[in-house]
Design a binder for this molecule. Structure first.
Ligand code: AMP
Length: 218
């Protein structure tokens, strides 16, 4: 199964992808996670990406396309994958189609998750993560039992620099301008299913499994 999870930052794509990869025995490719890892490791790519990411802007297409191309060439992705946070622009979607066509592959489904703006801002601004084990929390909806320390490893939790208010506003504007056009792009290809991401995690996941089992009718 080859899937794309589409939606604004904070709609829960990553959480749903983490659940689906276990059930469907496929891999997740999150460009956000790959870029954050590169930033942590201070690689050349990480240093280039950091400034864009901190401000909530997109990293240049060529950089993320290269990252995804490299992953898709790995045989462990042959069984299928979920792309989480990629593509985010029409040129990225076109590049993905080209890479897949070169391997005689195609996407099976694109899932578009939606959540109101107000809820997205609440979700992102309250998000905290552990810089050591990457566990994630939310100050209101999923607080750590250890206060500001990670439940798993005791490290002090941090807020992602791009989860600060100004960067959130930029990320949402970038989403509207550059990523939202992909809804139409994939709708035209009859690949799109819509899911309400505002419901409880388990409810969204239940609806996701149902959508993936149903024949594509869009
Ligand atoms: P995410 O964790 O998916 O919200 O991504 C965090 C940040 O990484 C984004 O705000 C962008 O700066 C960068 N990023 C992730 N995926 C992409 C992409 N497909 N294209 C460009 N930049 C990306």
């Amino acid at each position: 199964m080859r899937l794309v999870f589409l939606g604004a930052p904070g709609v829960g794509k990553g959480t749903q992808a983490d659940k689906a990869v276990v059930q469907y025995h496929i891999h997740k490719i999150s460009t956000g996670d790959l870029l954050r890892e590169a930033v942590r490791n201070k690689t050349h790519l990480g240093l280039e990406a950091k400034e864009h990411m901190d401000q909530g802007r997109l990293v240049p297409d060529a950089v993320v396309i290269g990252l995804v191309q490299e992953k898709l060439a790995d045989p462990s992705y042959a069984n299928g994958f979920i792309l989480d946070g990629f593509p985010r622009t029409v040129p990225q979607a076109e590049a993905l189609a080209k890479v897949l066509a070169e391997r005689s592959l195609h996407l099976d489904r694109v899932i578009n998750f939606s959540v109101s703006r107000e809820d997205i801002v609440k979700r992102l601004s309250g998000r905290r993560s552990c810089p050591k084990c990457q566990a994630t929390y939310h100050v209101e909806f999923a607080p750590s039992k250890n206060g500001n320390l990670c439940e798993r490893c005791g490290e002090a939790l941090v807020q992602r620099s791009d989860d600060q208010r100004e960067a959130i506003e930029t990320r949402l504007r970038v989403y509207d301008e550059q990523t939202a056009p992909l809804i139409n792009f994939y709708e035209k290809q009859r690949l799109l299913s819509h899911l309400n991401g505002a419901e409880a995690v388990e409810t969204v996941y239940h609806n996701l499994v149902k959508a993936l089992a149903a024949p594509q009718t869009a």
